[in-house]
Write a protein that binds this ligand. Structure first.
Ligand SMILES: [Zn+2]
Ligand SMILES: [Zn+2]
Length: 192
């Protein structure tokens, strides 16, 4: 997703970038478990000149990834959706503090801060593909769930409680009811 800086004007120029499975292969984010970047993601971007020499890049990310449910372990398709707004200042003579960011500025003509809201650019062409990969990484769910009310696996017998019930469910040792029952049992014994 290359943007020619000199062509931009105050009215946003639309760009679109699509990433399929092949694109993910080369990316660090594809190695992040429990995700697999098998599905496609795309972003619609509008880039414009802002105040002075600043560049404004805003848009929306849409796509899906294959994720592993943190409760039941099932692989499922997780929708990705995120809006972003990025303000880029000319880097001038400045160099980002850490070597990796400095390399990014040199390679892509752009460096974006960790929150992905501000950054620096240099030269007449900027490449936003790394930014896009980071955008996806930031949109990944911390605790992926195949569905909101996933019942997960039984901690004792390992059965998938979304598919069937097991006998352990009634005597879960750690449930608040079991604890209460045990307390009550103890008191009853004491009274007896
Ligand atoms: Zn699940
Ligand atoms: Zn069980």
């Amino acid at each position: 997703m290359k943007i020619l800086v000199d062509r931009l004007c105050e009215t946003p120029t639309p760009f679109e970038f699509e990433a399929g499975p092949d694109w993910w292969k080369d990316r660090e984010v594809s190695a992040v478990e429990p995700y697999r970047m098998t599905a496609e993601a795309s972003t619609r971007v509008g880039a414009a000149r802002g105040m002075g020499s600043d560049l404004l890049v805003s848009g929306a990310l849409a796509g899906a990834i294959e994720a592993e449910c943190s409760r039941c372990g099932a692989r499922y398709r997780h929708a990705l959706r995120d809006d972003f707004r990025l303000v880029l200042e000319p880097a001038g003579d400045r160099v980002p503090g850490d070597p990796e960011s400095a390399r990014a500025l040199e390679r892509d003509g752009v460096w974006v801060s960790e929150e992905l809201q501000t950054g620096w650019y240099r030269g007449s062409e900027i490449d936003l593909e790394s930014f896009f990969a980071e955008l996806v990484a930031l949109a990944l769910p911390i605790q992926p769930l195949c569905r909101e009310d996933c019942a997960g696996l039984c901690s004792r017998c390992g059965i998938d409680l979304n598919k069937s019930a097991c006998a352990c469910a009634e005597t879960k040792p750690n449930s608040p009811f079991a604890v209460l029952a045990a307390l009550r049992g103890g008191r009853d014994e004491g009274e007896a």
